[in-house]
Write a protein that binds this ligand. Structure first.
Ligand SMILES: Nc1ncnc2c1ncn2[C@@H]1O[C@H](COP(=O)(O)OP(=O)(O)O)[C@@H](O)[C@H]1O
Ligand SMILES: [Mg+2]
Length: 279
């Protein structure tokens, strides 16, 4: 399924015509509240979050531990649901999708990168990258393997593709996780402290890969504790106690690295590189 088809597939409220002046941002959160229910009562983790992110933006989310950053990302990825409020992504009302549809939507629409990589330990790097394509029936079986090999080459892991995650470094695992996040060519990449567990050089390599994705036209949302990395995004949203406290463009957002990759076709031609530098 192509991204443009997803919009129609998931557009559940066709009867509800948008008002003529109603405009949806690419990522459009309206009055989101999240209350975690526990034995000792509810915990209000997100409070009236209203937020718009445009397609192609690179946004940093900052805030202390426990402020609600991961909870916010989980709303955008559909990993969790808001207690109240509405979330539209490319006009698809996520808050109305049932679990099955949400799973299909997530597999096609977002690539997720975690602090601790979350690669499957018993599978090779290559198998880890193929897996999301198998789940989403992306392309033919043979093309999946070839695409996964290309993605791994382009994050400099071609030679290590048959290793298990435990047999490569943390930086290499995170680069494999980025290749996995790109497997189904999703328009949105969400990264939750992707450099939090890496040394400086590996963190830089991972961050530059994220910047290259923005140059490819992806929308990238990255939670980071590193103020220098946040400053290199186009916009910083700060969260405290479940509320947005500031939301500002950075002074001089860094241009993407000099190498500008080509746009990747949905089902890449076998000869076409996936993240290849432009000629
Ligand atoms: N599943 C959960 N059940 C109950 N409380 C939770 C759950 N997940 C997160 N919280 C609480 O919600 C708050 C925000 O958590 P989180 O979004 O993970 O913060 P951050 O990512 O900014 O560190 C924290 O106080 C956390 O303890
Ligand atoms: Mg978190």
């Amino acid at each position: 399924m192509q991204w443009k088809d997803l919009k129609h597939f998931f557009h559940l409220n066709r009867k509800r015509k948008p008002a003529p002046d109603e405009h949806f941002a690419f990522i459009d959160l309206r009055g989101i509240n999240k209350v975690y229910e526990g034995p000792s009562g509810g915990f209000h983790a997100l409070k009236e979050i209203t937020l718009q992110i445009q397609s192609g933006e690179m946004v940093a989310i900052a805030g202390k531990s426990g402020s609600g950053k991961s909870t916010l990302l989980n709303m955008i990825t559909g990993i969790d649901r808001p207690t109240s409020g509405e979330i539209y992504i490319n006009e698809v009302p996520l808050h109305k999708l049932d679990e099955g549809r949400l799973t299909i939507w997530r597999g096609n629409a977002v690539g997720i990168i975690f602090q601790f990589f979350q690669l499957l330990p018993t599978m090779t790097l290559l198998e880890n990258v193929i897996l999301p394509m198998d789940f989403c029936h992306y392309g033919s079986r043979r093309s999946r393997r070839e695409r996964a090999m290309r993605l791994l080459s382009e994050v400099d892991l071609g030679a290590l593709r048959n290793r298990l995650p435990a047999h490569v470094s943390g930086g290499q695992q995170q680069r494999a996780a980025i290749a996995r996040a790109l497997a189904n060519d999703p328009p949105i990449i969400v990264a939750d402290e992707p450099t939090g567990n890496l040394d400086t050089a590996s963190a830089e390599a991972v961050f530059q890969l994220l910047q290259r994705l923005v140059a490819l036209g992806k929308t990238v949302i990255v939670v980071t504790h590193d103020p220098d990395l946040a400053q290199r995004c186009q916009r910083i949203i700060s969260i405290a106690d479940g509320r947005i406290t500031t939301d500002q463009p950075t002074q001089e957002p860094e241009a993407a690295p000099a190498v500008v990759p080509e746009v990747v076709p949905q089902v890449a031609d076998e000869e076409t590189a996936v993240l290849e530098p432009g000629t």
